[in-house]
Design a protein around this ligand. Structure first.
Ligand SMILES: O=C(O)CCC(=O)C(=O)O
Ligand SMILES: [Fe+2]
Length: 396
């Protein structure tokens, strides 16, 4: 579907507030450009107020906000320096950077060894050979990961995407059973700051140019305008790239509000990801089971012996906790399926965010990811009073 909207349709905000401090990727300040974030004006702390106590406070607040611990006495008001939010013409609203204390906590995490995932006992050798998946338990320490969860749920724009699929003569309406959002552009383009821009905001200056030629690419070359990765997600990407020794140009985010939200068995084996894609998948928030099964075992009673299988016998099931990361490489996408099934009871009672880091090679990837993770519906945002997602703004 082609998109005839102009960039102004995507960025109706008028920008007028001076900013206290630049994020690490921002150019030197000139004119002010970013709107104030209601209820989030912080005074600059003195030098000795910065440090571990900020992180302790951020984590305590986050654990309470996310419902992972009950609030005790109300925490003391503690101002924290607010780095410059990320803005861009394609964003429905600006996206704050992580508080400095959280950013420092993430930067300081040492790279950890991973554990290889193994197929269930008795699986054919070919299944083992096709599986190149590892997990980090955890990649991000639990308390820090919960602070990241609370921050991202509160600050990112989410979508509940609907689309039609055609099976023979029938058209089926699919309502994606989770909230999604996406940032990035495929490898044929590179983001760079627009020359001579008077804006001090790093992201609001970003345009993309064709790799090789350096020619500016118009956002209308895509079905929906691609969105640069905001600073907060760039911080996570840098850590994941360091640990996995891979590079990524796309970040897809899922928010599973409760146990009814899910993703069914699938593989991320689209051609635009290349032949043997490396995908890192980070979990934040509530615990949920992540399941993998070989594509051959998905066929009922397949295999040479045709022995009747018990349900779930071929499935690898890992309860992923906040901060855990699964890395899938090699033939994992082409030969295995994965899913996050619906869950009743305790396991579905807490919200969970999943972030996948991927690399799309060509334009089809950009069009596909924005169609299925942004779509054309309203923006949903977390409402702290209602403790639920609410429609924030209907798209133009
Ligand atoms: O939520 C998860 O852990 C899995 C998400 C996933 O497989 C996907 O987004 O493709
Ligand atoms: Fe997936």
């Amino acid at each position: 579907m082609s998109n005839k909207r102009t960039l102004n349709d995507f960025f109706p905000l008028s920008l007028s507030t001076p900013l206290a401090k630049r994020s690490r990727s921002s150019p030197p300040p000139s004119a002010a450009t970013d709107p104030p974030i209601p209820g989030r004006a912080f005074a600059r702390p003195s030098a000795d107020e910065e440090g571990d106590s900020d992180l302790t406070l951020a984590i305590t607040l986050s654990l309470q906000e996310s419902g992972f611990v009950a609030p005790s006495t109300p925490p003391a008001e503690k101002p924290e320096e607010q780095p410059v939010p990320s803005t861009h013409l394609s964003y429905p609203h600006s996206i704050p950077a992580f508080p400095r204390s959280l950013e420092l906590a993430l930067e300081g995490i040492p790279a950890k060894p991973s554990t290889a995932l193994k197929p269930p006992e008795g699986s054919p050798e070919s299944h083992r050979a096709d599986l190149d998946a590892h997990y980090y338990r955890p990649l991000i320490p639990r308390a820090t990961s919960l602070a990241v969860f609370t921050f991202l749920r509160r600050e990112l724009p989410f979508y509940r995407v609907n689309y039609d699929i055609k099976r023979g003569p029938n058209i089926t309406r699919i309502n994606t059973p989770r909230y999604t959002t996406v940032f990035g552009v495929d490898d044929t383009c590179v983001w760079r700051p627009a020359a001579e821009s008077s804006s001090p905001s790093f992201h609001s200056q970003q345009i993309f140019t064709k790799c090789g030629t350096g020619n500016v690419v118009s956002p209308s070359a895509f079905e929906r305008p691609p969105r640069p990765i905001p600073d907060c997600l760039l911080t996570l990407k840098a850590h994941v790239e360091r640990v996995t020794q891979e590079t990524y140009n796309f970040i897809l985010v899922n928010y599973y509000a409760n146990g009814n939200d899910s993703i069914s068995y699938h593989s991320d084996d689209e051609r635009f990801l290349g032949e043997l894609p490396a995908i890192a998948s980070l979990s934040l928030g509530g615990v949920r089971d992540f399941c993998l099964k070989h594509k051959d075992s998905a066929k009922p009673n397949s295999g040479p012996d045709k022995v009747k299988k018990k349900p779930g016998e071929d499935v690898i099931k890992i309860p992923l906790e906040s901060g855990d990361m699964v890395m899938m490489k090699g033939r994992t996408q082409s030969r295995w399926l994965h899913a996050l099934p619906k869950r009743k009871g305790d396991m579905g009672s807490k919200g969970r965010i999943n972030i996948t880091f991927r690399k799309a090679m060509v334009k089809e990837g950009t069009n596909n990811y924005y169609r299925y993770n942004v779509g054309d519906g309203p923006v949903w945002r977390w409402d702290e009073q209602k403790k639920d997602m609410v429609i924030w703004r209907v798209s133009a």
